[in-house]
Design a binder for this molecule. Structure first.
Ligand code: ARG
Length: 596
């Protein structure tokens, strides 16, 4: 379906043309003075110079052309087209026109959202947890934003491949191995001359692993011998030493099993569980090509690619491809990953979602990838850098003791807060309350994050996020639950009547019309959210829509309405609103409980 604004702009354009002006002037926008009109067109102002005429006169000509339409019965689109000085056109749409649009939308499975002419293939790189390190709140944003973008783009009609891109090949692996060696020196993994089979079972649990990494990391900062050992293990691992590789596989397996469980709780899924290590075999060939092509050169022992450009206002340092000891780094695996993804999937776009402090890294990597021909012009490389999640003190979110907050603890806190609220409803049995509170808590967490523009920092405020009022996830869910309850009461009362079979009527009040106009904006909003990779647009939209609906609900006695036609129109409107809201929360990555 065409967008609502597009249709009314077409009507306006045809009037400009009929009056002898340029149709392009007929662009209509939502009014910025809703107290005066619903929509507006400023084309007469824009055309004044070109047509050497006062804007007021142009606008009057256009209004005359509008009323001459349809054999003089006037525009089928506008109920009001008013000229105000110095030449604005203030517009209201016709009730019947709005109704027709919503009926068409209700008939469409995709709620009026067209499919793209040419769907893109997109690789979305998000999550990015590090093996052997506990998931912490910093990984939350990448997972939440990434999951939402995946769903938004899929709904838009693109083919999206989500890749978790595990951090599984760096120094943290060497650190963990060093510490394991200290604690369990007898294990066969550390003996380079061992040729037998390795034990099936991992010699550690995930909790042990998570204790080991921070310990080893802290120790390496104080003890240079320890650090050197970790570096050495990292290099030997990367060179493929059999025992270290076998141990590494155990570390990855234990860690990944735990991650899967964590991401499941967040309702976040990935198509690919690749990591830095997956592309290790790609590196030697890539390095050779970079050298042979003359793109990479040696600098202080390291292999680098110059990526600065003349137009840079800030110096962009060269991109290091290999360290002086030949070890690979974060940039190396990212470059190799681009090469592999291009060869394997031919994506139109790769989108990376990380903390915005990695901006320079991605700028260097993207430039190096283009320069060395790992990706050509047909592959767009995009980095979305998000801001920090802060505590109420405005500093990065920490535990009460001041440590890094584990994702699990954060989720447990918000679950508990939600449970204490939901348990106050005596109608909900304990078991359901627990499940519901988890569902609502997830919405609170995700909405709290996604309703902010990704690049901005935000404050994690548990009371605010879990509130049933205001711009929150629970408020949206509460509104949906209310709608579903009315719909099921209606169905029960009518003896299994199907609300989906009904169609909205003409709006009978300004309140109802406002709800209908905002519903009509759904496809434009979605188009914008996917174009700008902006889940916060979806949040802003559903907050407005929920407010519209609740205002309508409080002003209307739907179920007791004696006029059957009216009542059926309202039920249809409610049903459509429910479908739109459900579609929106689905792309945000959460869903609504039966009751709350
Ligand atoms: N593991 C990285 C981190 O914790 C994030 C990985 C993001 N993706 C990428 N292709 N670099 O910061």
């Amino acid at each position: 379906m065409k967008q609502f604004l597009e249709l009314i702009s077409e009507e306006m354009s045809s009037a400009f043309e009929a009056a002898g002006y340029d149709g392009a002037l007929g662009r209509v926008t939502v009014s910025n003075r809703p107290d005066l009109c619903e929509y507006q067109c400023n084309g007469a102002m824009a055309g004044a110079k070109r047509f050497r005429k006062a804007p007021f006169m142009i606008a009057e000509d256009v209004v005359k052309a509008l009323s001459a339409k349809n054999d003089g019965t006037g525009s089928a689109v506008f109920a009001k087209a008013e000229v105000v000085k110095p030449g604005f056109l203030n517009l209201d749409v016709k009730e019947s026109f709005l109704q027709t649009y919503l009926r068409e939308m209700a008939d469409d499975e995709r709620l009026g959202m067209p499919l793209p002419e040419k769907p893109e293939r997109i690789i979305l790189d998000y999550g990015g947890p590090n093996v052997a390190k506990p998931l912490h709140v910093g990984h939350l944003r990448s997972a939440v934003i990434g999951e939402s973008l995946k769903r938004i783009l899929r709904f838009h009609g693109d083919e999206v491949i989500g890749d978790i891109h595990l951090g599984d090949w760096g120094l943290q692996m060497g650190l963990v191995i060093t510490e394991l060696k200290k604690r369990m020196p007898h294990l066969p993994y550390f003996d380079p001359s061992y040729t037998g089979a390795y034990p099936e079972e991992a010699p550690f649990t995930v909790s042990e692993l998570e204790e080991i990494y921070p310990y080893a990391s802290a120790k390496s900062k104080k003890d240079s011998g320890y650090y050197a050992e970790a570096m050495d293990y990292t290099r030997r691992l990367q060179e493929g030493e059999r025992g270290l590789y076998a141990l590494w596989e155990k570390i990855v397996a234990v860690s990944v099993a735990d991650m899967k469980h964590n991401y499941e709780n967040l309702d976040v899924t990935f198509d690919l569980w690749n990591g830095e290590a997956s592309v290790h075999p790609v590196i030697p060939g890539m390095v050779r090509e970079m050298k042979e092509g003359g793109y990479a050169h040696e600098s202080k022992g390291a292999l680098v690619v110059d990526v600065s450009e003349e137009t840079d206002t800030k110096e962009i340092p060269p991109c290091i491809v290999l360290k002086s000891d030949g070890a690979s780094l974060y940039t190396t695996t990212d470059l190799a990953t681009i090469k592999e993804r291009v060869e394997k999937y031919h994506p139109d776009r790769m989108i990376y979602i990380t903390d915005k402090r990695q901006e320079l890294h991605f700028r260097q990597v993207f430039r190096a990838a283009k320069k060395c021909g790992l990706a050509d012009d047909s592959t767009e490389l995009v980095h979305i850098g998000f801001g920090t999640m802060n505590g109420k003190d405005g500093k990065p979110f920490k535990t009460r003791e001041g440590g890094v907050m584990r994702l699990e603890s954060l989720i447990a806190d918000i679950d508990a807060e939600m449970l204490s609220k939901i348990s106050t409803n005596p109608e909900i049995p304990a078991q359901e309350a627990e499940q519901t509170s988890r569902q609502v808590a997830l919405a609170a967490l995700k909405y709290g994050d996604l309703s902010n523009q990704a690049s901005k920092d935000y404050v994690f405020d548990i009371e605010k996020f879990t509130s049933f009022e205001g711009d929150t996830g629970p408020y949206i869910l509460y509104t949906i639950v209310r709608m579903r309850s009315i719909l099921s009461r209606y169905a029960a009362e009518q003896g299994a009547a199907d609300p989906a079979a009904l169609r909205p009527g003409e709006p009978g009040s300004a309140i109802e019309k406002k709800l209908m106009m905002d519903l009509a904006g759904f496809n434009a909003m979605m188009e914008g959210a996917s174009r700008d990779l902006a889940p916060h647009r979806v949040c802003a939209y559903i907050y407005q829509l929920s407010n519209d609906f609740n205002t309508f609900y409080h002003a209307t006695r739907i179920l007791t309405e004696p006029d059957r036609g009216k009542k059926e129109g309202w039920i249809a409107l409610l049903h459509l609103t429910e479908r739109v809201l459900s579609r929106c929360i689905d792309v945000l990555g959460f869903d609504a409980p039966k009751r709350m």
